[in-house]
Design a protein around this ligand. Structure first.
Ligand code: HEC
Ligand code: HEC
Ligand code: HEC
Ligand code: HEC
Length: 193
């Protein structure tokens, strides 16, 4: 009697293990399909410059390049950065995960999502807010806003900013969207008359 009970238990256990393994296999075979779909690549702000650098259209590249975002990498090489890093036990701010995540475009994106033209030294570039540009930067796509959005263009709002502008920043300044937006605004000129 006892033997049968033990055998039944073993059989039950085996069934459980086999079905768990089968489930894992299904999960593993489903994974690539979800993670590998449509990886837009970061191309770097210089690629946006050729079309977004005229005063008539709003001078976006010039405005950005003179903003603090374009100097976010340099900011990690200042004496202030050194002292923040030192206090946190970080050897080099310019090389630390604890700093680069918010001071560089697409820091957590895999290498496969970065085109050869992309340079992390550009700091917080266009694509940190507007999304990786490889698939929307062609003129034919850009001219059609719906197509651009479908190809990865992001029209940023407050939610985009607070990914970085939050109290995990060692120098956090209370983020008020309207005030901060004014300092980086790069709108197209509104046609008068
Ligand atoms: C080949 C030229 C070209 C390149 C390169 C280009 N754009 Fe554009 N972009 C345009 C045109 C044309 C428009 C349509 C509106 C306009 O004239 O400003 C546009 C519109 C936009 C808009 C506004 C969308 C809207 O209609 O409100 C954003 C944001 C934008 N581009 C971001 C980028 C970023 C970021 C890059 C670099 C990754 C980039 N663009 C590269 C030509 C370009
Ligand atoms: C959560 C995102 C985030 C992280 C992580 C982060 N920063 Fe920053 N950093 C910011 C933002 C946003 C600013 C702009 C001002 C502000 O709100 O702090 C900034 C500004 C700075 C400045 C300029 C401040 C000034 O007043 O001149 C320095 C220096 C700096 N960070 C150093 C560091 C160092 C060093 C680390 C790593 C230990 C780090 N940051 C990690 C987001 C971050
Ligand atoms: C990828 C991270 C990131 C995102 C997203 C981001 N920022 Fe920043 N921002 C920074 C960092 C880092 C600095 C500091 C750079 C420096 O001091 O050189 C900064 C600085 C600024 C400053 C200058 C602050 C000062 O002390 O003068 C303004 C204004 C600003 N950001 C506005 C915005 C707005 C508005 C958005 C959203 C539309 C935004 N940022 C999105 C990382 C980010
Ligand atoms: C810190 C975040 C941030 C960065 C960096 C940034 N933008 Fe923007 N951009 C915005 C926001 C926010 C808007 C306004 C979105 C809206 O009106 O809905 C905007 C709007 C635009 C527009 C539309 C302007 C209009 O009036 O229709 C263009 C074009 C544009 N950005 C291009 C660029 C280019 C090119 C770069 C790099 C040279 C860049 N942006 C960098 C946040 C950013």
């Amino acid at each position: 009697m006892k033997k049968i009970a033990v055998l039944l238990m073993l059989a039950g256990l085996l069934l459980f293990v086999v079905s768990a393994m089968a489930q894992e296999k299904v999960a593993a075979s489903q994974k690539p399909a979800t993670t590998e779909k449509a990886v837009h690549k970061f191309v770097g702000s210089a690629k946006c410059k050729m079309c977004h650098n005229s005063p008539a259209k709003g001078d976006q590249f010039k405005i950005w390049s003179e903003s603090k975002h374009a100097k976010a990498m340099e900011a990690l090489a200042t004496p202030k950065a050194d002292s923040i890093a030192k206090a946190m036990g970080i050897a080099k701010a310019t090389e630390s995960d604890k700093c680069l995540g918010c001071h560089v475009t697409g820091y957590s994106a895999p290498a496969s999502a970065k085109a050869a033209t992309f340079t992390p030294t550009e700091g917080v570039g266009c694509e940190a807010c507007h999304g990786a540009g490889s698939d929307f930067m062609a003129m034919s796509v850009m001219k059609d806003k719906a197509a651009a959005l479908a190809a990865g263009l992001v029209m940023p709002d407050q939610k985009t900013c607070i990914v970085c502008h939050n109290d995990k920043s060692p120098t956090y300044k209370t983020f008020v969207y309207a005030d901060f937006y004014k300092k980086i605004a790069h709108n197209k000129p509104v046609a008068t008359k």
